[in-house]
Design a binder for this molecule. Sequence first.
Ligand SMILES: [Zn+2]
Length: 110
Amino acid sequence: MVSIPGWAYIIIGVGISWYSWFVNKATYGSGGNPVMKVFFWLGVLFIFIGVAKIAAARFLRKTDPGESALSNTLAPRQPIRQQSVVLCPYCKGKTYGHGNFCHRCGGRLR
Ligand SMILES: [Zn+2]
C-alpha cells in the first residue's frame, strides 16, 4: 500500500467511479443501484487518498530538513585543497574552489 504512488490511486479511483457511474446509468436508469453507488463512492475515496498522498509527499519534501542540516554539519570537515582560489558569491571573500562550501561563511559554491 505504501509503494503505490498517489497518481495511481487517482487513476484507479477515477476508473472505478466513472465505470460504476456509467454502468449504473446504463443498467439501472436514473434511479441507480445501491451497490453501484457504493462502488462510485469507493472510487471517490481512492481519488481522495491519491490527492492526500501527493499532498503529503510534497509537504514532507518541502519541510524535510535532512539535506541542509547534513551538509551544514559536513561542511567544516571537508578537506580543503588549496589549488584554486575563487571569490565567494555570498561574502565576496577569497575561498578555495575545490570545496563545495565557502570556508569563511559556509555558503554553497556549487
Ligand atoms: Zn563566503
